[in-house]
Design a protein around this ligand. Structure first.
Ligand code: DC
Length: 218
């Protein structure tokens, strides 16, 4: 019997570019485990906020990262805009990233062993967390397209969303995520970049699959 392939697929990119949709679909398609690494930073941000502390406070954020419990990752409050901002602040702190790094690597290793593969989505998965991954994707889209999608997502959840405000928050968050000195959002040199601004989810999925197929043959 041939063994199932052990494949690590990374999907990085800015928020609301469509990387979560793609990463989940790829994990379903291959029967691999999936990790949304942004949820880990959101979990840290949310737990700092709940303690009434400042997410930019290094000591508070590092303690929260070390004490992070998986239960918080399923909470609806994880997706609130306030949590998004807190997540991007804690994510700029090196000791928070160090605490989260091993969690992510352990996940990738055990998923590859148990399920034949893993799909991880985030900002620095192809560059820092899993630099030896088999197939790396970088999913991006224009700021306007991403803000538009985020507004629709918030409205679908029954929340009021003002486009100009969402756009500005996203711009600030992009600047923090891309401009930080540690693990900024950027494509790995061997990543396929897909601009999803004018593509359907199906088209994005097909492009990603074709790319992964070339890596599986290699
Ligand atoms: O993908 P997201 O919006 O859920 O991510 C939340 C925040 O966490 C975002 O500001 C960027 C940060 N993040 C990161 O720095 N590194 C990752 N691997 C994943 C997310």
């Amino acid at each position: 019997m041939t063994e199932k392939p052990r494949l690590i697929i990374t999907v990085d990119g800015p928020s609301a570019a469509g990387k979560g949709t793609l990463a989940r679909r790829l994990a379903d398609h291959f029967g691999f485990e999936f990790l949304d690494t942004g949820a880990l930073y959101r979990g840290v941000g949310l737990s700092v906020l709940r303690q009434g502390l400042d997410p930019a406070d290094e000591n508070a954020a590092t303690a929260a990262a070390k004490a992070l419990k998986p239960e918080i990752l399923g909470e609806p409050a994880l997706r609130a805009e306030e949590t998004s901002t807190a997540a991007s602040k804690v994510a700029a702190i090196p000791s928070v990233r160090a605490a989260i790094l091993n969690w992510q690597r352990d996940f990738a290793r055990s998923a590859a062993r148990n399920s034949g593969g893993a799909v991880l989505d985030g900002r620095d998965i192809g560059t820092v967390v899993c630099p030896d991954a088999d197939a790396k994707l970088f999913v991006t889209a224009s700021l306007e397209a991403r803000a538009d999608r985020r507004v629709k997502e918030l409205q679908a959840r029954g929340e009021t969303a003002i486009y100009a405000r969402v756009l500005q928050d996203m711009q600030e968050r992009d600047a923090r995520d891309q401009g930080r000195s540690i693990s900024p959002t950027k494509p790995a040199t061997d990543a396929l970049t897909i601009d999803t601004s004018d593509l359907t989810a199906d088209q994005v999925f097909e492009r990603a699959l074709a790319f992964i197929a070339t890596k599986m043959k290699a």
